[in-house]
Ligand binder design. Structure first.
Ligand code: GLY
Length: 339
């Protein structure tokens, strides 16, 4: 696939989908670039990093914190990175967030690009320009919105992807289908994890469809004043659960989507919460579970989608059509208690 350029409000990003990391040196000046990756990706793919400056961070959401950014900045200083340096995040969502955030603040902003290596980061985390870190249990509380100059996909990285990471990626794919793409929802119902994993062409097409779907949503509302909020389907409850219960992002938002579908039945008249839950289960994702509602609600109140006493909750009107409902916190609390 050729390069495609997508414009955002004050920048643009070149997409090289289904490309190959060996082409990276044609996109940047190798001597003045620094790759940030994690121990897992580096361990499996060390030979692909030959002749690059590399910073290796610890893998996992628990390292998406300020101290990791501080360590990266110290290493950038040590290699005398300057305003012409390009940072390249090669990894999953933690690596791309840390890279985008560090690049946004180092010397008040240097160029960066992403090579997402997980399904979830290919279809979601590397796209959209939000780059940030967690603070305690609060996910992505601190960060920036700044678009990468390029995104390059190399599906070779999926060969080393653990099963749990495939499942994680499908949570975001199902989210896209729920809010925007009823036809993809039906394709996913007809398919299965095993089928996609066994067919490179289907997974490649699915990745591109999702990457482009998200990109178009972001293009229309980069700073999340309206339509971009739909991408938060499942994330309000999901984020509140994720760090408190040490769930993966996919598991957390899957539970969030299952409950948001039930809440939709109460508020928008949505009629297919069972169908959403069935699809999530089909892709080995969790749906309804026990959790301490008060404790989770207390974290949820700090969500970035809250505006004073109202929270913008993403619900479904039908499969393929998400809506944002401004729900007063006290009403939401009551809905939660009754779930
Ligand atoms: N980096 C993920 C997003 O902007 O949505």
């Amino acid at each position: 696939m050729k390069k495609r350029t997508y414009k955002f409000s004050n920048s643009s990003t070149d997409y090289y989908l289904a490309y190959g990391i060996s082409h990276l040196k044609e996109l940047v000046d190798q001597r003045n670039s620094v790759i940030i990756t994690d121990e897992n990706v580096f361990g499996y793919h060390e030979k692909r990093f030959k002749n690059w400056n590399v910073i290796v961070i610890m893998p996992g959401e628990e390292y998406k914190i300020q101290s990791t950014v501080d360590a990266v900045i110290e290493e950038l200083v040590a290699v005398q990175a300057d305003r012409k340096t390009t940072l390249i995040g090669v990894g999953g969502g933690v690596v791309t967030d840390i890279t985008g955030y560090a690049a946004s603040i180092y010397m008040r902003g240097i160029n960066f690009g992403f090579v997402p290596t997980t399904l979830l980061s290919m279809v979601d985390a590397s796209i959209g320009g939000k780059n940030g870190i967690d603070v305690g249990v609060y996910k992505n509380l601190v960060g920036t919105v700044r678009q990468p100059s390029f995104i390059l996909h190399d599906l070779i990285f999926l060969n080393s992807l653990p099963q749990a990471e495939w499942v994680n990626g499908f949570a975001e794919i199902i989210k896209h289908a729920c809010i925007k793409d009823a036809a993809m929802f039906r394709d996913l119902e007809a398919g299965s994890l095993k089928k996609y994993q066994g067919r490179k062409i289907s997974v490649c097409k699915l990745i591109q469809r999702n990457a482009i779907l998200k990109t178009k949503v972001v293009q229309q509302d980069e700073f999340e004043k309206g339509g971009r909020r739909l991408l938060n389907f499942g994330h309000t409850l999901g984020h509140a659960l994720e760090n408190q219960y040490e769930l993966s992002h996919g598991q957390a938002i899957s539970i969030g989507m299952a409950y948001a579908s039930v809440i939709s039945e109460k508020i928008t008249g949505f009629k297919e919460a069972d169908r959403v839950a069935r699809l999530l289960l089909k892709y080995n994702l969790p749906t309804f579970t026990q959790f301490d509602k008060q404790k989770v609600f207390d974290v949820l109140k700090m969500d970035k989608k809250r505006e004073r006493k109202v929270i913008n909750y993403v619900l479904l009107e039908k499969i393929g059509r998400g809506v944002v409902e401004a729900i007063p916190l006290d009403r939401l609390e009551k809905i939660f208690q009754d779930l």
